[in-house]
Design a protein around this ligand. Structure first.
Ligand code: PXG
Length: 478
């Protein structure tokens, strides 16, 4: 189809009314989407999102949808924040781009790096005075791989190459990001993982605990899988361990309280670097600027992206702790790594405006002391639903497992795609909730009010009830 035959304005009939079919046809003809089966998409047509405000998005048919996923875990400040648009406009008019290679810098990048250094809490005397900028979480994790290997080379231990990660982790989609991640479907495409990346099992009590094993005991046992792996690889060959504080894309897997302290003991004992991938968990999502503070561990590198700009513009980076920064700066000479858009002035200006807004509205504090506990209380009520095996929250992420029998932890036949049935009901009823297998997860904007939490919880229960009805009608449950 020739797009000049239907110029974009022709796709919009009225503010709320678009020619959905025509948009879908062009979409299918030209736009290759991420993580999408295009054969399937052509048959059903993409949902076209046209505008957004606060915690709601609207589609091309005019349907209003409560976005309980904050876009893709990123619109922490909610939609329609004029301050962020103004910051981008002002910066574009002043200096839309200049690079930060060749001994050059720009004001928003300097200001943002300074701001981030001031926000990163010092835990156990370690601080983060330096930031390396990128445009995404994936690029930031590629930076981590190169940085930790460079660090050990400079210290005269070039054999320390192996990075240990976890099954079912998500660390991005580039070659290094997807290799660090523990998604078998991603490894199966493109000969991944790249060499010297290995994985341990995730701390997922529902899936991996022994019958009757307490969360505390399981947390210790799961952390010790790291020690076993270090000994298997050879302690002198391990460069770093990378993990998300709470696994996001894997299905909101919240580790038991005993997990992180034991991980810290192990990385300290063997002297390996600890990378906290906080692409989802930072910037208020778990009630803190950075999530390592919540769990009390001491990372050497922290990956960030998404919430730093509330998703209004791409920006990511790595908080570089003193231990690594000192070696790179004092002994490293030139670090042959960087991106055209490292320290992009417009992205940094939007991030600064976003962090200011979050500070002014105390969004991390709201999550910690107000809406986070309220969500926890309301979400826990779902545990009485016949389909819900376990419903848990951590700050402003939450996940529930749909189980056939919550006592025996029997799951539904995967062929039924129960999660997708539930997700279908969510869409039909004006709610965006993600399905990861049979886990249903949310990560709502941090500006949500208690009334909006009630509205969301009503919709979630409605969709679980509709899923239950479907399963009963299909004879899967009595
Ligand atoms: N680390 C973590 C912990 C992430 O969640 C990335 C790295 C990669 O970031 P970029 O900006 O390169 O996408 C992510 C991204 C999902 C989903 O289905 C999650 C992400 C991305 C796409 C889909 O939940 N997280």
């Amino acid at each position: 189809m020739n797009p000049t035959l239907i110029p974009p304005p022709a796709l919009v009939r009225r503010a709320e009314q678009h020619d959905t079919k025509a948009i879908q046809a062009l979409d299918s003809a030209h736009f290759m989407h991420p993580f999408t089966s295009h054969g399937d998409l052509a048959g059903m047509g993409a949902r076209v999102i046209t505008r957004a405000d606060n915690i709601y998005v609207w589609d091309s048919e005019g349907a209003k949808i409560l976005d309980a996923m904050s876009g893709l875990w990123c619109v922490n400040a909610g939609y329609g924040r004029k301050e962020l648009a103004d910051a981008a406009y002002q910066q574009m008019m002043t200096l839309p781009f200049y690079n930060s290679f060749f001994n050059t810098t720009n004001l928003p990048a300097v200001q943002l790096a300074t701001k981030l250094a001031s926000l990163a809490p010092k835990v156990g005397g370690r601080s983060f005075e330096h930031v390396f900028f990128s445009s995404s979480g994936s690029e930031s994790n590629d930076t981590n791989v190169r940085m930790v290997r460079r660090y050990w080379d400079l210290l005269g231990q070039p054999q320390r190459k192996v990075i240990i990660s976890r099954q079912n982790a998500y660390h991005g989609s580039t070659m290094a990001g997807a290799s660090l991640g523990g998604m078998s479907g991603m490894h199966a495409q493109g000969d991944l993982p790249i060499p010297n990346i290995t994985h341990i099992e995730q701390p997922h009590h529902w899936d991996n605990a022994l019958p009757g094993e307490s969360a505390a005991d399981f947390g210790l046992r799961a952390a010790r899988w790291l020690e076993e792996k270090i000994l298997e690889v050879g302690a002198d060959k391990v460069a770093a361990f990378i993990a998300e504080p709470v696994q996001g894309a894997g299905g909101v897997i919240i580790p038991p309280e005993t997990y992180w302290p034991e991980i810290q003991r192990i990385v300290d004992h063997y002297g390996i670097l600890l990378i906290s991938d906080e692409v989802i968990c930072a910037f208020g999502r778990l009630g803190h600027w950075f999530a390592y503070e919540k769990f009390g561990y001491r990372p050497d590198l922290v990956t960030f992206a998404k919430g730093v700009t509330s998703g209004y513009i791409p920006l990511g980076g790595v908080m570089v702790g003193d231990r690594v920064a000192k070696v790179l700066i004092e002994q490293g000479g030139e670090f042959n790594h960087g991106y055209t858009y490292s320290g992009h002035p417009v992205a940094c200006a939007v991030a600064l405006a976003n962090l200011e807004l979050m500070e002014r509205e105390n969004l991390p504090g709201r999550v910690k002391n107000d809406i986070g506990p309220y969500l926890a209380e309301r979400f826990a009520e779902l545990n009485d639903h016949p389909l819900v095996g376990a419903a848990e929250t951590c700050g402003f992420v939450a996940g529930l497992v749909i189980a056939k029998n919550k006592e025996t932890r029997e799951m539904f036949d995967p062929a039924l795609s129960v999660g997708m049935i539930c997700r279908g009901h969510c869409f039909k009823n004006g709610l965006i909730m993600r399905a990861v297998g049979d886990r249903m997860i949310i990560s709502p904007p941090l500006v949500m009010t208690r009334d909006q939490i009630d509205e969301m919880m009503g919709l979630i229960r409605l969709c679980l009830d509709a899923t239950l009805d479907d399963l009963r009608s299909a004879g899967e449950l009595v």
